[in-house]
Design a protein around this ligand. Structure first.
Ligand SMILES: CC(C)(COP(=O)(O)OP(=O)(O)OC[C@H]1O[C@@H](n2cnc3c(N)ncnc32)[C@H](O)[C@@H]1OP(=O)(O)O)[C@@H](O)C(=O)NCCC(=O)NCCS
Length: 183
């Protein structure tokens, strides 16, 4: 982004998703330009996602990106089921409003999630599933250290055709150790 773009770009801040953000975050998740890359459906009521978004979950991290006092992106890390043996794992989900895509908001959200995972929550493995035709998401995940581990064939119905999905994961680059010297 050059200086002229920066001057015109409203400031984006990242913070935790609060219950009061649920309606805006739900509208974003169901919006054209956002829902197709996930497993959301078109034309679902905002109310259908409110319970999930209003629930506070102590082992998850949920963030929103705010610009001009509006939710323009959201992302989260979620536990991968109740097993103690998978407590070192979190699953990543993310969506950025269409008019904000390609402007660094996704990178900001994932950077913040990975700081939480690496330095505060003891997460060793972060994993995700992404449609194989989602070049921007795959490019962003690779840039953030995720690698492809496998491919699901015919994973999801998307606008009248079945798309494959990639399974990607990132391992903690410097797992913390008890007694290790700082730095
Ligand atoms: C996928 C998504 C979250 C990415 O967020 P974003 O804010 O658009 O991405 P950013 O602007 O932060 O992109 C950062 C990086 O992604 C990569 N990238 C961006 N556009 C790309 C493209 N068209 N092709 C390949 N890589 C691309 C680049 O590595 C880029 O880094 P750079 O800025 O240093 O060049 C967002 O586009 C989105 O919400 N899409 C719809 C919903 C969705 O698909 N969610 C993901 C489900 S798995």
């Amino acid at each position: 982004m050059d200086t002229a773009d920066q001057a015109e770009t409203p400031q984006v801040t990242i913070r935790s998703l609060e219950p009061a953000d649920a309606a805006e975050a739900s509208a974003l998740a169901g919006a054209p330009g956002t829902f197709a890359g996930t497993l959301q459906l078109p034309d679902m009521p905002i109310a259908s996602r409110l319970e999930f978004l209003q629930k506070t979950e102590p082992h998850s991290c949920r963030l929103v990106a705010i610009a001009q006092e509006r939710v323009v992106g959201s992302a989260g890390l979620y536990t991968a089921g109740p097993s103690l043996r998978r407590m070192h794992v979190r699953m990543l989900g993310i969506g950025v409003a269409a008019q904000w895509q390609g402007r660094g908001v996704g990178r900001m959200l994932i950077s913040r999630l990975l700081d939480w995972a690496d330095n505060w929550a003891g997460v060793l493995r972060t994993e995700l599933t992404v449609h194989a035709d989602n070049d921007r998401a795959i490019g962003l995940y690779r840039a953030m250290g995720f690698v492809e581990e496998g491919r699901h064939l015919g994973y999801a119905l998307k606008d009248g055709r079945y798309v494959d999905a990639l399974f990607m994961a990132r391992l903690h680059p410097r797992p913390p150790r008890i007694g290790a010297a700082p730095g």
